[in-house]
Design a protein around this ligand. Structure first.
Ligand code: UDP
Length: 402
């Protein structure tokens, strides 16, 4: 199939860790790579964010990335991009008038808008992955939510109009149903993990204390790093590594990093929190392997790739029982689920694991098995193609030959 991936803000080639570069970038990059491996022709359309980027590049994994001129060629917060989606959609429409894809897969709601414009003009079928839903964001972030005012209304329209909505976890299906998306048009396909990169064996980053907890993610309040910091005060001889945000040298300018550091100092644990800043894909496995436990304590989580990366490395995960984390982390098997916003509960569950190396090993092994059995990107790509095939049936001759 000729597949157009539309990902307005999340460029598959970007560095990860800053406020708007995380799971969606990984998803688009890895899904595109896996689809290319299985013989599909994939082009990713993403907004041009600087003047020097070429209009088109070929990723090392073989898919094409087209940098779409829409709005100023500058990095802008994703919540400022809505006004440029008309321009983005017109670009797609003109491009697809001459090279029409068999199917477009839009990632995030704003890509859904731009894609709808081009798809209706060219008759292209559309699959939509939201990655995050405005209605959930508003519920948890309230006044701190900087999404455009119209987001929820537009998201409902996109969800109801898309030929197929690909949800990444079962919790999302409930939200989509409440938005009026018919269950018969929803497929559930999770995110995956790169099983070649994230393995139990390989280099291990050095540590300074007897025990180590690792948390990884974009440095935004909803990731709940403050909960892990608060729990640390009840966990002696333990260090907490918080990876993410800008590069280490620029961390002191990051408002969330400053807020978290102040909290750690106030609680008397500042000396035991490590801040490597943004960690590259190459260095991340060694960091995860150095952990006794990986902690993920967000307020909410549309999917959460980090726990899968930890599981693939054979490390137990203690996670808040929210969103996608309740699909990936099996309580009492691959780790533990705790209530969100409960640092004391987190501390007591982690303490138990820190004191029991055999249990950690058992959870880590089960986590690795689960990641390998269910979450390879090749499997995710095959399941995604099954969802695409509901819109673009495989020609009978090809299906027979297979
Ligand atoms: N990540 C990374 N380096 C960092 C911070 C994050 O490689 O310094 C990666 C992380 O390993 C994961 C992704 O960014 O693959 C974050 O995805 P997740 O689904 O956990 O969270 P989201 O960003 O979607 O909220």
């Amino acid at each position: 199939m000729k597949i157009a991936m539309v990902s307005e803000h999340a460029n598959p080639l970007a560095a990860l860790g800053e406020a708007d570069a995380g799971g969606q970038n990984v998803h688009v990059a890895e899904l595109s790579a896996a689809l290319t491996r299985s013989g599909h022709d994939v082009t990713v359309y993403t907004r041009r964010e600087d003047r020097t980027t070429p209009a088109e590049v070929r990723a090392p994994q073989g898919y094409r990335v087209v940098h779409v001129p829409a709005g100023p060629p500058l990095k802008e917060p994703k919540d400022h991009l809505l006004p440029y989606m008309g321009e983005f959609g017109s670009f797609l429409r003109d491009r697809w008038a001459t090279e029409r894809p068999d199917l477009a897969h839009a990632h995030f709601w704003m890509s859904g808008l731009a894609t709808a414009l081009a798809a209706s003009a060219t008759g292209t079928p559309v699959a939509q992955t939201f990655h995050a839903l405005g209605v959930v964001k508003k519920r948890y972030q309230g006044d701190q939510d900087t999404s455009p005012a119209d987001r929820n209304r537009l998201e409902r329209i996109i969800g109801r109009q898309a030929g197929r909505v690909v949800a990444t976890c079962s919790d999302e299906v409930f939200e989509l149903s409440r938005m009026g998306v018919p269950r018969s048009r929803i497929s559930i396909v999770p995110c995956g993990v790169d099983l070649r990169r994230f393995t139990p064996d390989g280099p291990v980053a050095p540590r300074r204390e007897a025990h180590r907890l690792v948390a990884v993610g974009r440095l935004v309040p909803r990731k709940g790093f403050d909960i892990a910091i608060t729990a640390l005060a009840q966990l002696p001889d333990t260090e907490l590594v918080i990876a993410g945000g800008p590069e280490r040298g620029r961390l002191s300018q990051d408002p969330e990093a400053r807020r978290l550091r102040e909290l750690a100092d106030r609680l008397g644990v500042g000396e035991r929190v490590r801040w490597p800043g943004q960690v590259s894909r190459e260095d991340l496995p060694a960091l995860l392997r150095s952990a006794d436990v990986v902690v993920c304590t967000p307020w909410y989580e549309p999917f959460g790739i980090v726990p899968l990366e930890a599981m693939a490395c054979g490390v137990p995960v203690v996670a808040a029982a929210v969103g996608g984390l309740t699909d990936t982390v099996v309580d009492g098997v691959t780790g533990l689920l705790v209530r969100p916003h409960q640092p004391a509960e987190l501390a007591s569950r982690v303490r138990r694991l820190l004191g029991d190396p055999a249990l950690r090993h058992a959870y880590g092994t089960a986590g690795h098995d689960r990641a390998v059995a269910r979450y390879s990107w090749d499997r995710v790509a095959a399941d995604t193609v099954r969802a695409y095939r509901k819109l673009v049936p495989e020609p009978a001759a090809a299906a027979e030959a297979r």
